[in-house]
Design a protein around this ligand. Structure first.
Ligand code: SAH
Ligand code: DHB
Ligand code: MG
Length: 222
């Protein structure tokens, strides 16, 4: 089993199941051209976000970690005409690239971009009464995963689905001695999830063109 095979299978799936989409293609290309890290979700993962948001009939979506807006576009596409994605980003350059990508996709009306460290913008959202969100995608700095999860809970209602990206990191998540602070952040999240009676959660390992990683899905129960 190898990265080449995982990439080939992702390409095979994309060709069959993911329609070519100029706005998504342009967003990915413009992000890479602007020098943003090439770490957006893959096309098949983006479609998973879209399908999950459709399945919960999301009208209000919260995303933590916009990057160039690639995942934001997938999420916004899942919304009804009066829906909203609020997406949080700390890096002004990422914010600007995303703004252009979202505008080019014709989705500016459905997306509320907030610039600043999420641990500052989340309390602002809460103070505005911006909750509750139907679907929440956590995909920013992994060190703060527990804090983001706690904010996600505050901004949720019973039935909200919370998805967390990059929770496996080549299997390093299982290493209790890991010195990688991002992985330590995910391990703290897992311990919090294990204690948290208000959610039911599972984690699925994934392979694909982005390597070996995974998602955690949590359903808010009460
Ligand atoms: N969701 C995107 C990828 C996000 S990459 C996609 O799949 O298309 C992670 C993003 O989180 C980066 O753009 C990074 O700048 C941002 N980020 C890092 N620390 C942050 C913080 N403290 N607050 C908000 N965003 C942060
Ligand atoms: C990284 C961050 C991501 O959100 C991702 O999907 C892949 C990698 C990173 O910071 O390395
Ligand atoms: Mg990610």
């Amino acid at each position: 089993m190898s990265q080449d095979l995982w990439t080939a299978v992702d390409e095979y799936i994309e060709k069959l199941l993911i329609l070519p989409d100029s706005a998504l293609g342009a967003a990915r290309e413009a992000s890479v051209d602007a020098g943003l890290p090439d770490i957006a979700v893959t096309p098949s993962q983006g479609k998973l976000l879209y399908l999950l948001a459709r399945m919960v009939r999301a009208r209000r979506i919260l995303e933590i970690g916009t990057l160039g807006g690639y995942s934001t576009i997938w999420l916004a596409r899942a919304l009804p005409a009066e829906g909203l994605v609020v997406t949080l980003e700390a890096d002004p350059k990422h914010f600007e690239v995303a703004q252009k990508n979202i505008k080019r996709a014709g989705l500016a009306k459905l997306v509320d971009q907030r610039l600043g460290p999420a641990l500052e913008t989340l309390p602002e959202l809460s103070a505005e009464g911006a909750g509750s969100f139907d679907f929440i995608f956590i995909d920013a700095d992994k060190e703060s995963s527990v804090e983001y999860f706690e904010w996600a809970l505050r901004l949720s209602r019973p039935g909200t689905a919370i998805l967390v990206d990059n929770v496996i990191r080549d299997g390093e998540v299982e290493n209790a001695e890991t010195t990688d602070e991002r992985v330590q952040g995910i391990r703290r999240l897992n311990e919090a999830l294990a204690r948290e009676a208000r959610v039911s959660a599972t984690t699925i390992q994934t392979v694909g063109s982005k390597g070996y990683d995974g998602f955690t899905l949590a359903l808010v129960l009460s």
